[in-house]
Design a protein around this ligand. Sequence first.
Ligand SMILES: [Zn+2]
Length: 140
Amino acid sequence: MQHSVIPCGACSSEVSHLAETCPKCGHPNDWVHPQIKKFLSIKDNAGTKGYFNYTHDKLRLQCKADGSLPWWYWVGLVGLVVFINASIVVAFIAGLVWTCIGFACKRHKILNIDFSQEKPVIENNDKAFWDGLLIQLDVK
Ligand SMILES: [Zn+2]
């Protein structure tokens, strides 16, 4: 700062502009940077898009407003929800297809034995199921 000394508001003795109080009389030094002083006079009509809080000391001004979440947060959130729902739909369709394929592929357990040959000709599609019968018929 250019003018590092200002007159005390009470006793007019010279006070550093950064001093909290006058060293002579103890009067509080309410000096702040001129821009901060200007801010304090216009803060209620500051031209911002919304309400904000502020703090300041003699040389520093800090303003803070509640911000809305950034656009990519919403994109990500919507994407996640869509992804989860799509996953559920895909899983549901996959399960449905799987079940349909299971029904379509369901086969009867078949055993055909042709005794017309010297050695019986056995056709079956589930050996484990028919095995006991084949053993009892002694046609293995
Ligand atoms: Zn003073």
